[in-house]
Design a protein around this ligand. Structure first.
Ligand code: UDP
Ligand code: GLC
Ligand code: MN
Length: 329
C-alpha cells in the first residue's frame, strides 16, 4: 500500500550501512510497502544518493533548524538529540501507518503482516520484558503524538536517556492492556537472547523474522572474508554469539550494498570487479574503529545495569563463563 511505510533512521555513515542492509533485506523479501529513511544533513550527499537506490524516500530531518520544535526541546536537553531524531518518524503524516525499524535490524522474511497491528505494537525487551523494545514498532504518524512526545521528554526526560524509556513511559499501558500489541519475539530477536535463553533459541530461533543486533558492537564493526563467506572476529571479540546472523548481514552487505557504494565512489573502485581480497580490504578500510576503551569494572557494572550490555565484547557469554569458572575454582 502506498500510504504505509517501513521507516528507519541513520545519523552517520556506519548506521547508513546498516540502513542499506535493512532496506535491501526488505526489498529482497518483496515488501509492498514504501521504504523511508530519516537522515540529518550531516549525512553526505553521496551516501544519500546511495540511500535513494534502496529507499523510496530519504527524508532530511533538520534538528538544527531553529524553527523546528525539536530544536527547542534540544536546547533544553542536548543529550537527547539522537532520541529526538527518532521521534521525527511520527511526522510522516502522509502515511497512515508505519513500522519503525532500527538501522541495526535485518529481515529474514516478508514482514508486511506487521501492518495489521495497531499503534503501539512492539516486542518485549529482553532485558525487561514489561517494557517493549523500541528497535521495531508499529505506529501511526501524527503531529499531535509527536508534539506530546516532545512535551513529555522536555518535562520528564527519559528513564534510559533514550527513546525507548520515553516511549515506554508514553505508551505505558503496553505491558498489560492489549495482548495484540505484543509482537511475537521473533519480530525483534536480539542476539542477546541467544545466550540468555539458549534452549529457547534452539527450539524457536528457526522462526526468526527480524534479527536485531542490539548492543554496542554492530555487524559493521567486524570484517568479512568473502572467500570463505565468514565473519572474522573483531579484535575485541573472541567469541561470536551467532555467526550465522552476522554472516547473513555481511552477505547482504557484500553482495548488494558494497556494489552500490563502489558505484557511487564511496568505496574505492575495484576495477577488476569485486574480488574477494579487494572486498575484504575495502571493508577493513571502511570499518569504524572499535570503540572498546578499557573501562573499570564499576563502570561496566553501571552500564550493565543501565541495559548497555556489551554482549559481544566485555560482557560476552564466554567472558561471563570464565568469570563464573574462576569463582567456582
Ligand atoms: N542511531 C543512529 N545513529 C547513532 C545511534 C543510533 O542513527 O549514532 C539510530 C539507528 O537507527 C539505530 C537506532 O538509532 O539503530 C538505535 O540505536 P542502536 O541500534 O545503536 O541502539 P541499540 O538497539 O543497540 O540499543
Ligand atoms: C534500546 C533500543 C533502541 C533504542 C535505545 C535507546 O536498546 O534497542 O532502539 O534506541 O534502547 O532508548
Ligand atoms: Mn538497535
Amino acid at each position: 500500500m502506498a500510504d504505509q511505510a517501513f521507516v528507519t533512521l541513520a545519523t552517520n555513515d556506519p548506521y547508513v550501512k546498516g540502513a542499506l542492509v535493512l532496506g535491501s533485506s526488505l526489498r529482497q523479501h518483496n515488501t509492498t510497502k514504501k521504504l523511508v529513511v530519516l537522515v540529518p544533513p550531516q549525512v553526505s550527499e553521496s551516501m544519500r544518493k546511495v540511500l535513494h537506490k534502496v529507499y523510496d524516500e530519504v527524508r532530511v530531518v533538520d534538528v538544527l533548524d531553529s524553527k523546528d520544535s525539536a530544536n527547542l526541546a534540544l536546547m533544553k536537553r542536548p543529550e537527547l538529540g539522537i532520541t529526538l531524531t527518532k521521534l521525527h518518524c511520527w511526522t510522516l503524516t502522509e502515511y497512515s501507518k508505519c513500522v519503525f525499524m532500527d538501522a541495526d535490524t535485518v529481515v529474514l522474511s516478508n514482514v508486511d503482516e506487521l501492518f495489521e497491528r495497531e499503534e503501539l505494537s512492539a516486542a518485549p525487551d529482553p532485558g525487561w520484558p514489561d517494557c517493549f523494545n523500541s528497535g521495531v514498532f508499529v505506529y501511526q504518524p501524527s503531529l499531535k503524538t509527536y508534539s506530546d512526545l516532545l512535551h513529555l521528554v522536555t518535562e520528564k526526560g527519559s528513564f534510559d536517556g533514550g527513546d525507548q524509556g520515553l516511549l515506554n513511559t508514553f505508551f505505558s499501558s503496553w505491558a498489560t492492556k492489549d495482548i495484540h500489541k505484543h509482537l511475537p519475539f521473533v519480530y525483534n530477536l536480539s542476539s542477546i537472547s541467544i545466550y540468555s535463553y539458549l534452549p529457547a533459541f534452539k527450539a524457536f530461533g528457526g522462526n526468526a523474522k527480524v534479527v536485531h543486533f542490539l548492543g554496542k558492537v554492530k555487524p559493521w564493526n567486524y570484517t568479512y572474508d568473502c572467500k570463505t563467506k565468514t565473519v572474522k572476529s573483531s579484535s575485541h571479540d573472541q567469541t561470536q554469539t551467532e555467526p550465522e546472523f552476522l554472516s547473513l548481514w555481511w552477505n547482504i552487505y557484500s553482495t548488494q550494498v558494497l556494489p552500490l557504494l563502489t558505484e557511487h565512489g564511496v568505496v574505492k573502485d575495484t576495477a577488476t570487479g569485486l574480488k574477494a581480497e579487494e572486498i575484504t580490504e575495502s571493508v577493513e578500510h571502511m570499518s569504524i574503529a572499535p570503540t572498546h576503551p578499557t573501562i573499570s569494572s564499576e563502570e561496566r557494572r553501571e552500564r550493565w545495569e543501565q541495559g548497555q550490555v556489551d554482549y559481544m565484547g566485555e560482557d560476552s557469554y564466554e567472558n561471563i563463563r570464565k568469570k563464573l569458572d574462576s569463582y567456582l575454582q
